[in-house]
Write a protein that binds this ligand. Sequence first.
Ligand SMILES: [Fe+2]
Length: 272
Amino acid sequence: MKFIHLTDTHLVADAGLLYGTNPKQRLQQAVTHLLAHQPDAQAVVITGDLTHYGHAEAYVHLRECLAPLTMPVYPILGNHDSRERFLQHFAHIDTDANGFVQYARDFGPYLALFLDTNEPGVHWGVYCETRASWLRARLAESNKPVLLFMHHPFFPIGIRSMDALSLLDTSAFLGAINGFEHRIRHVFFGHIHRPICGTFRGMAYSTLHGTNHQVALDLHSDASCIYGSHERSQYGVVMLNEEQVLIHAEDFLNSDQRYRLHEMADYAIATA
Ligand SMILES: [Fe+2]
């Protein structure tokens, strides 16, 4: 199975600029690019901060941007989103029994679990016992390897300002996955607006640049400011089989500047 990982689209109500670039235009460019280059993708996942202010009009723009996609789209909420307004405009997206935007899907041989770390009024992530009980039940009822999708990371990433806004109280989340860590093959998150990959307690994780604006790589400043940057927008191309979770990062605004680097005959390798 192949799917696309988009994150932090940050759409705004007037479809205008945000930090000097246009989030709606950038998302439309991403959609056009992925349809042209990855038409065989079977799903598109968006790991939160769908909008910047949670305004209703921004969710209308989001629907408009996503309309050309021919494959299912699986969005989750970020700290900038409004659960209420999202569900007004994305009523077809499942929620759990308590109204949180949490749902499960089969992704090839994997169980994909989409989690809701949004908490109204705060920007750090929250995962309460109510949400965690849903997660633990989904893990317990399946034997499949698991992919988790969540906006906030539950581990430090070294940028102090962003670590101050991560999933601060991890007790309910870590309690929910306790004993299932060996089945969690990959955690896809958003929030950081940077390409990051690694492992935490043996669980692999990754995130990417957002589609609009980025966070600068600053591992030295204190937590008093988030520094932005205008590095290249990305989406992820994820390929799954029973052996591998393979992730390519696509800088979709720059990827068409191609040239013939080497002819393979130069390497004495026969090509098909
Ligand atoms: Fe964001």
